[in-house]
Design a protein around this ligand. Structure first.
Ligand code: TYM
Length: 339
């Protein structure tokens, strides 16, 4: 296989209510990767409008995700932070990949089925082809690594299938590939953070109950209150990971503790095994406040000066475009367009 320049790409939708799952599953890993890789982090506004967004709120939410990236520690001067709609390569390559991807592949996407729900006929066409645009996001930069939460795994497998089919259809079996097959980076102790009210459901932006999630803009009191009220079972914490089997709420809270403190689950259980939730929850609340409150405070400071965020986004978009444009030109040539 050809050696590709190692490059990280990931995206977060500006759909409001950024939460602990987005942080632990994705944004925290964005920060960790920036010492070793060239990174591109994108506010995926084209993806957001696959479900109708209020235009005023969308704009504010674009700033909010940008502020979250910066507040969490992404260095937007060394790396690239921008919003997707500013770089036309995403939509253009997205179209070309719509013609590479297969209906049968999209029909297997569980996230579409969940989001479209019962009223599938009324879902936007954009929601259906959403994973093709996601493949275009990654492949426009020939990115090799994609840090995401566990729920994006299937979309990344599709991106790999699309990359492989494009390589095959336009270059044949034996030529060196044009697109790399992007690797998912799904790491940490909280790759799938669950709702605080129901350990069988994912923590999500769209869940009506605010008590189900900790958001990045919650203050210390709200964070502590939500953890105190989080659903648990009556038993004390077990001494090892096996003891968490069949205990989804306990497992979720221990995973959150481990991820927030950069420890593994066993290390947390060595300390808290045998203890009651009445002791564990206050420790978790303190830890969550210690990690999240400074991020929330920095976000609100950044959001007070949107003109600075605008400047970061404009600069990031110019640098993103400089990487994606030559890739898109080559793709157009390979496809046979007169350019
Ligand atoms: P989005 O905006 O839904 O979520 C952003 C990131 O947060 C992760 N995540 C979670 N991780 C752990 N536990 C949870 N409960 C949880 N909820 C969300 C997601 O896995 C994601 O990493 N399709 C993507 C956005 C996207 C993208 C891309 C990602 C568009 N193009 C290209 C990577 C590469 C999405 O909807 O993420």
């Amino acid at each position: 296989m050809t050696d590709f320049h190692p490059r990280v790409f990931s995206g977060v939708q500006p759909t409001g209510n950024l939460h602990l799952g987005n942080y632990l599953g994705a944004i925290k890993n964005f920060v960790a990767l920036q010492d070793s890789h060239d990174c591109i982090y994108c506010v995926v506004d084209l993806h957001a409008i696959t479900v109708w967004q209020d235009p005023q709120e969308l704009k504010q939410n674009i700033y909010e995700v940008t502020a979250a990236f910066l507040a969490a520690g992404v260095d937007a001067t060394k790396h690239v932070v921008f919003n997707q709609s500013r770089v036309s390569a995403h939509a253009e390559l997205g179209w070309i990949l719509n013609c590479v991807s297969r209906i049968g592949w999209l029909n297997r996407m569980t996230q579409f089925k969940e989001k479209a729900g019962k009223n599938r006929e009324n879902a936007s066409v954009g929601l259906y082809v959403y994973p093709n645009l996601m493949a275009a996001d990654i492949l426009a930069y020939r990115a090799t690594h994609v840090p995401v939460g566990d729920d994006q795994k299937q979309h990344l497998e599709l991106a790999r299938d699309i990359a492989q089919k494009f390589n095959h259809d336009y270059l044949g079996e034996n030529a060196p590939p044009f697109f790399p097959l992007p690797e998912p980076v799904i790491t940490g102790a909280a790759t799938r953070v669950m709702s605080l009210r129901d350990g069988s459901r994912k923590m999500s932006k769209s869940e009506p109950s605010e008590m189900s999630r900790i958001t990045l803009t919650d203050d210390a009191d709200e964070i502590a209150k939500k953890i105190k009220k989080a659903k648990t079972d009556p038993d004390p914490l077990p001494g090892d990971k096996e003891g968490l089997q069949g205990r989804p709420e306990a497992s979720n809270l221990v995973g959150i503790f481990a991820a927030l403190s950069d420890r593994d689950v066993d290390a947390v259980l060595t300390e808290y095994g045998g203890k009651q939730f009445s002791e564990f929850k206050p420790a978790l609340a303190d830890l969550a406040v210690e990690v999240l409150a400074p991020i929330g405070a920095e976000m609100s400071r950044l959001l007070d000066a949107p003109e600075h965020l605008e400047a970061f986004l404009a600069d990031g978009a110019a640098r993103a475009d400089a990487i994606a444009s030559p890739v898109l030109s080559k793709v157009k040539e390979m496809v046979g367009f007169s350019t």
